[in-house]
Write a protein that binds this ligand. Structure first.
Ligand SMILES: C[S@@+](CC[C@H](N)C(=O)[O-])C[C@H]1O[C@@H](n2cnc3c(N)ncnc32)[C@H](O)[C@@H]1O
Length: 244
């Protein structure tokens, strides 16, 4: 992810956001929640991908940055910048596609849960959690969403997941509870594809946990520590199974 950003006359996106945008249906009304500089809506309009957009921001600073960016490219008619938390900035059913990118999965799931009365079921959700994608998958599954696609991309030594969902019957997950729990953590499609980026992500996570386990083993013996070591070992075993 980029850090502090300049406004752009001809907006370009990084690999992560390009992937997010690739799932927006042509001609959609887009709501980009947590829009920051409104780069996604500006890019989509400039490329002729969408009809119009709402850029939602909860914080004044990023909202002003979005206003400034939209003014700079002269898209005030097409992009409505709104201040407010999550989906509260929307009318029910107003958007055909909703992007929520560059936040933790727990926050994305909270935004969806708190704003679910704004969803009339026709929207495509395109979600890019930086961490804890499991929380987003759990929310989607418990709220009648079907995972249409999952992608994993690497940029500047960071790895990002993108989840695309629409209302519908879920068919990707296993009936078996133990397998389903694993699919929720690693992604049912990503687990099957086992792309080099997926293997890299979980190998790195595995190494982090092996390091923690070694620290734990060096600790003072206690029943609690033994339980923690056992739990960590189980996580490591599962990761090894997933990447093998
Ligand atoms: C790290 S930036 C990501 C910006 C852009 N979506 C991207 O992926 O590059 C997260 C943005 O989400 C905004 N944000 C956080 N919580 C929010 C909420 N509940 N509703 C709307 N925006 C929120 C923050 O103010 C911040 O501008």
């Amino acid at each position: 992810m980029k850090g502090w950003m300049e406004m752009q006359l001809h907006v370009t996106l990084d690999t992560r956001l390009e992937k997010v945008v690739s799932y927006i249906p042509q001609g959609a009304v887009l709501a980009d929640i947590g829009s920051d500089h409104a780069f996604v809506p500006c890019y989509c309009i400039q490329q002729g991908l969408i009809k119009r957009a709402i850029a939602g921001e909860v914080n004044q600073g990023p909202k002003e940055a979005a206003d400034g960016q939209v003014r700079l490219v002269g898209l005030e008619e097409e992009i409505d910048v709104r201040l407010g938390s999550g989906l509260s900035v929307l009318e029910r059913g107003e958007a055909d596609a909703i992007t929520i990118a560059g936040m933790g999965g727990t926050l994305i799931a909270t935004i969806l849960e708190e704003g679910k009365e704004k969803l009339d079921g026709h929207e495509r959700l395109i979600l890019q959690p930086n961490v804890d994608a499991v929380d987003v998958r759990v929310w989607l599954l418990s709220n009648g969403y079907q995972l249409l696609s999952e992608a994993i991309v690497e940029e500047n030594a960071k790895i990002y997941e993108v989840l695309v969902a629409e209302k519908g019957e879920e068919i990707l997950y296993s009936e078996e509870e133990r397998v389903r729990q694993k699919e929720l953590r690693y992604g049912p499609q990503l687990m099957r594809e086992k792309s080099p980026t997926f293997i890299k992500k979980w190998t790195e996570e595995l190494h982090k946990r092996e390091y923690i386990l070694a620290q734990m083993r060096a600790g003072t013996d206690s029943e609690e520590l033994k339980r923690k070591i056992q739990a960590m070992q189980a996580v490591i075993d599962e990761m090894m199974e997933v990447i093998s």
